[in-house]
Write a protein that binds this ligand. Structure first.
Ligand code: ZN
Ligand code: ZN
Length: 640
């Protein structure tokens, strides 16, 4: 389910490839309207088409590599594996095998498997699609419960069942799987591939089911692209927030508390609070006001909002000992905020009302899909709901976009927007009047253009109640993450019967804008840890300075230095351990503390400090006052 306040913001990476618009801008600048408008439209459509074709090609390539992997596995261990399922994914492909018949596949087997895959590639076998009846499909896969489950579902839904053959159908050495495609024409096209890792995965991601063996791999069109990807993966492993989070003592998980429920240690809690304060301070200065709402609410609230129908399976049910009311932990703040609006009579003069809420939210995620801080069951987001008149929408959104720009700039993220619209194939997924949707989707496009924002289209990515302007940020490793979102919602105010008295004496529905900037604080923590490889900028570092006396003799002066810095509001740690200086420096480096002050007798005598910057940069000696001024300035400017 994809609804923000709903919240993709709590989820994985931004799903789609995007579109750059330099060419569009160039052409536009050469012409005058209306030719300009038409040219922009044409170029936009062409780029979208080209993009789509490239995406499909890579998808077919990876999907084909996945079949080749499965074929190789069947050749190597014909009686020891059962193929379950596997898709092509954004970064490659994976396939799940049932190996419970006594096989243990590890990464040590990869050279052997890749060798077998290469043989299949070199044999230049054709991929051939065949439509079959459910009866025929059942016969073909009679020994495979995973395939039979899939076939029964397709038969029940009256879907066409197709199989793909690799090699001559039915001949020795050929391979077949239930599959809707797409594939490349022949195996020889899959020249550049690599197996990446192996992991356990429950069938359907449900821990009540059997644990399967999942093999991840990837395929590209060129070796260069593969090499670049592999080095990116290596770097990502080094920066993994779960690894750094433990080393830096930021957060942990406990089996007793439950999976997907992060526990923050003092340092992690500090960073999290700094993030929230940063956004909150900016919001308050722009006229936003904080509200507070409970963690649980009656099912009726979610029935009215539409979440009950569309989102119930992702909500935690709460059971009372004394009443049989159906209740849920709240997965988003929007429905509650409508009730704060509804609590008073509102006039056109009262609007806009801007409610912010950093409340904890809970979603019932599949255990197999939980992942560090990237996908949790409990999280909070910088969630705001603006209730305004239609003539105020533009100004409110412009303000939200400006705040977003400042915040993204502070963290050094490049970004672009995705205009998330309805899925034209599934109009039934959306609530409200299609005419209103048309209007709002067009409106969002005009807002993007007016703010000169680089964006691309995301059909099918809208929330069930509104289109979204989703910000996709690119981190230091070139990975994309969806963070901010702005949504223009006409549906919810109407469903809740929210009104205001307008100037002409009539009652009108307000427009509800849903808006988040950093999105989920947990996901933002993960992204920042990996983006900065744990080396947070000074303003957000839990410890900014570590004071390192060389020996006991300089302890007293070191303490004075540390007290002096504390007075200036600098977060200092005085290292009183008996370790060698080398070890003290190594520990401070591992904790990613931005500055180390090394204090020997020479420094103590001269009333100075020797400054070392994180990453082995020696900045020489300076007075305590000069050093403090340097740090204070960096904090004020939120320097990177
Ligand atoms: Zn397939
Ligand atoms: Zn919302």
């Amino acid at each position: 389910m994809n609804c923000f306040c709903d919240p993709v913001t709590n989820r994985g990476k931004a799903g789609r490839k995007h579109q750059r618009f330099e060419l569009r801008g160039y052409l536009a600048s050469k012409m005058e309207p209306p030719e300009r408008a038409l040219a922009k439209r044409v170029v936009f459509l062409l780029l979208n088409l080209k993009n789509k074709m490239e995406e499909n090609k890579l998808d077919a390539l990876r999907h084909s590599a996945e079949h080749i992997l499965t074929q190789a596995m069947e050749r190597l261990w014909p009686n020891l594996i059962l193929k379950a399922m596997g898709p092509s994914i954004e970064t490659g492909f994976y396939f799940d095998f049932d190996t419970t018949n006594g096989l243990k596949v590890t990464e040590a087997d990869f050279p052997k498997i890749e060798k077998e895959m290469r043989k299949i590639v070199q044999s230049n076998l054709p991929f051939e699609k065949m439509i079959v009846t459910a009866k025929k499909a059942r016969e073909m896969f009679v020994d495979n419960p995973y395939k039979l489950e899939w076939i029964e579902k397709a038969a029940k839904d009256k879907e066409e069942i197709s199989v793909y053959w690799t090699g001559d159908p039915g001949k020795g050495g050929s391979f077949v799987d239930v599959c809707a495609g797409p594939h490349v024409a022949k195996t020889i096209e899959v020249k550049v591939f690599k197996l990446l890792s192996v992991a356990g995965a429950y069938w359907h991601g449900d821990e009540k089911n059997k644990m399967l063996t999942r093999i991840y791999g990837t395929a590209f069109e060129t070796q260069e692209e593969l090499d670049k990807y592999v080095s990116q993966v290596e770097e990502a492993k080094k920066r993994d927030h779960r690894k750094l989070g433990k080393e830096m003592d930021l957060f942990s998980f406990s089996d007793l508390v439950g999976s997907g429920l992060p526990l923050y240690s003092p340092k992690g809690a500090f960073v999290r609070r700094m993030l929230n304060n940063f956004v909150e301070d900016m919001q308050f200065s722009e006229g936003y006001t904080q509200v507070w709402t409970p963690q649980i609410a009656k099912a009726d609230l979610f029935k009215t909002s539409g979440h009950y129908d569309k989102y119930k399976d992702s909500m935690f049910r709460v059971v009372s000992n004394f009443s049989d009311e159906e209740m849920f932990l709240k997965p988003m703040n929007c429905p509650q905020h409508t009730q704060i609006y509804a609590a008073q009579a509102r006039s056109y003069r009262d609007l806009p009302l801007r409610f912010t809420d950093f409340a904890m939210l809970y979603r019932d995620e599949k255990p197999g899909e939980l992942s560090g801080l990237g996908r949790t069951r409990g999280f909070s987001q910088d969630d705001c709901h603006i209730f305004c008149r239609e003539d105020q929408v533009d100004a409110e959104i412009d303000m939200a976009l400006q705040m977003t720009k400042k915040i993204m700039g502070t963290f050094g993220f490049k970004y672009k927007y995705r205009l998330s619209t309805r899925d034209p194939q599934h109009p039934e997924k959306y609530l409200g009047d299609p005419k209103v949707w048309d209007k709002v989707e067009k409106w969002a496009e005009v807002i993007m253009e007016r703010n000169k924002i680089e964006y691309f289209q995301g059909p099918g990515e809208a929330a069930f109640y509104a289109p979204k302007m989703d910000l996709i940020a690119t981190d230091a490793l070139g990975r994309d993450w969806q963070l901010s979102t702005v949504q223009i919602d006409f549906v919810m105010p109407e469903r809740f019967g929210l009104v205001y008295n307008d100037q002409d004496g009539t009652q009108k529905h307000p427009v509800m804008l849903h808006r988040a900037i950093i999105g989920s604080a947990e996901r933002m923590m993960m992204i920042l840890i990996e983006h900065f490889a744990g080396a947070f900028p000074v303003w957000i570092s839990p410890v900014q300075v570590s004071v390192l006396p060389i020996s006991e003799k300089t302890m007293e002066y070191s303490k004075k230095v540390s007290d002096e810095l504390k007075k200036q509001g600098i977060r200092v740690e005085l290292n009183t351990d008996a370790d060698s200086l080398g070890k003290k420096i190594r520990n401070a480096e591992a904790a990613k503390i931005p500055y180390m002050l090394i204090i020997g007798e020479k420094e103590a005598e001269a009333k100075q400090v020797s400054v070392r910057q994180r990453g082995q940069k020696d900045l020489g000696t300076m007075t305590v006052a000069d050093f403090a001024a340097k740090v204070v300035k960096e904090v004020e400017e939120k320097s990177l």
